[in-house]
Design a protein around this ligand. Structure first.
Ligand code: AHM
Ligand code: MG
Length: 339
C-alpha cells in the first residue's frame, strides 16, 4: 500500500471556500470568500489570545459595562477589538454590529458589500474557569445600492448569506454555513489552518441519549407551558430505554449548541416573567445558531413557536426567547407551547 500513514490531502478552510464558490457560484466576485478569510484570521487571533490569557494576565474585569449593562472582561474588549480590526482590514465589510458596541459601525473607508453581526466572545462569564467560549457571527449582503445603513442588518434572518461560530475549547472548532449545509472545521494550531473535520454535518436523532439544556435556575419565572414541558422530560421515556432525559447546561451558548449539533437534544433560553424578552440577542446569537441548526436538519423557534429565521428585529441588540435542537425534540416542545 503506497498510501501515506497520514492524510496528506487535507481540506483547509481556504480550499473549502474556494471549491465551494467554484461549485455553487462560479460567477461570484470572490468577495465573500475574502470576507470568510478575514473571519478565520479573527478566530485564530482570538483563539490564540484566549489560550495565553491566564499567562499574560488578561483574566478579570475591564472595569466598564457594555451596551447591555454587563460587566466587560478584558478579553471581551480585546476580542471585540480583534474582530473590528479584522473586519475593517478585510475591506469587504461596510457595516458591523458587535455585542460589545452600542451603535453599529460603518467603515466609511471600505467599499465592501457586506454587513457582519457578531458576538466576539460569547459565554464570557465562563472565561475565568477555562470553560469553552466562542465567537458567533452572521453575514448579510448590503441591500442593492446601499452604502451601509442600519437597514442592512434589521432584516429577516432568512436573508443571511453565511453564519457560524468558532468554539474555543480543547480545540478551536469552526461551524460554518453559507446556505448549502453545515460544515465543521478544527484548527490545527501547528499548521495554523482550520481543517474540514465534520463535512455535511447532520443532527442525529437516534444514536444518543436524550438531552435537554436550559438554565433551570430560572424555572420559577417560566410560563406554565414551559414548566409542564420540562417536567415531562423528567419522566421515564418509552423511546429512551425508559429513562428520563439527561440535563446538560454549560451556560455558554456556543458550547451548548455545539453539543446539541453533535449529540442531538434541545437547548433553550426562554423569555420568562423576569426577562420578558428573553436573554439571547437576535442578530448575533439567535439568527446564526438558528441557521446552523436548520442547515443540519434541526429547528429553531421562539417562545411562541415561530421560526426564528422568520423574525425581523427592530433594534440591533434586540433579544428573543429561543429553543433549538433536533426536529423531533422541537416538535415535542411545540405540542406544549402551541396548545
Ligand atoms: P454573553 O453574550 O454576555 O456571554 O451572554 C450570553 C450567554 C450565552 O452564551 C449563554 O447561553 C447564556 O448567556 C447563559 O446565561 P445564564 O447564565 O443566564 O444561564
Ligand atoms: Mg458576549
Amino acid at each position: 500500500d503506497s498510501k501515506a500513514p497520514i492524510d496528506t490531502d487535507l481540506i483547509t478552510l481556504t480550499r473549502f471556500i474556494i471549491e465551494e464558490q467554484q461549485r455553487l457560484a462560479p460567477e461570484a466576485t470572490g468577495e465573500l470568500s475574502l470576507l470568510l478569510n478575514a473571519l478565520q484570521y479573527a478566530f485564530k487571533f482570538i483563539a490564540h489570545t484566549i489560550r495565553r490569557a491566564e499567562l499574560v494576565n488578561l483574566i478579570g474585569l475591564y472595569g466598564q459595562t457594555n451596551s447591555t449593562g454587563d460587566d466587560q472582561k478584558k478579553l471581551d474588549v480585546i476580542g471585540d477589538e480583534i474582530f473590528i480590526n479584522a473586519m475593517k482590514g478585510s475591506g469587504n465589510v461596510k457595516v458591523l454590529v458587535s455585542e460589545e458596541q452600542e451603535d453599529l459601525i460603518i467603515f466609511e473607508g471600505n467599499s465592501g458589500n457586506y454587513a457582519v453581526c457578531c458576538d466576539p466572545i460569547d459565554g464570557s462569564s465562563n472565561l475565568d474557569a477555562g470553560v469553552s467560549v466562542g465567537t458567533i457571527f452572521g453575514v448579510y449582503k448590503l441591500h442593492p445600492g446601499s452604502t451601509g445603513s442600519i437597514k442592512d442588518v434589521l432584516r429577516s434572518g432568512n436573508e443571511m448569506v453565511a453564519a457560524g461560530y468558532t468554539m474555543y475549547g480543547a480545540s478551536a472548532h469552526l461551524m460554518l454555513t453559507t446556505g448549502s449545509g453545515l460544515n465543521g472545521f478544527t484548527l490545527d494550531t501547528n499548521l495554523g489552518e482550520f481543517i474540514l473535520t465534520h463535512p455535511h454535518l447532520k443532527l442525529d436523532n437516534s444514536s444518543h441519549k436524550k438531552i435537554y439544556s436550559v438554565n433551570e435556575g430560572n424555572s420559577h419565572y417560566w410560563s406554565d407551558d414551559i414548566k409542564a414541558y420540562i417536567a415531562s422530560l423528567k419522566q421515564p421515556q418509552s423511546d429512551n430505554n425508559d429513562k428520563p432525559y439527561s440535563a446538560r447546561y454549560i451556560g455558554s451558548m456556543v458550547a451548548d449548541v455545539h453539543r446539541t449539533l453533535l449529540y442531538g437534544g434541545i437547548f433553550g433560553y426562554p423569555a420568562d416573567s423576569k426577562s420578558k424578552t428573553g436573554k439571547l440577542r437576535v442578530l448575533y446569537e439567535c439568527f446564526p445558531m438558528a441557521l446552523l441548526l436548520e442547515q443540519a436538519g434541526g429547528m429553531a423557534v421562539n417562545d411562541k413557536g415561530e421560526r426564528i429565521l422568520d423574525l425581523t428585529p427592530k433594534k440591533i441588540h434586540e433579544r428573543s426567547g429561543i429553543w433549538l435542537g433536533s426536529r423531533d425534540e422541537v416538535e415535542k416542545l411545540l405540542t406544549f407551547i402551541k396548545k
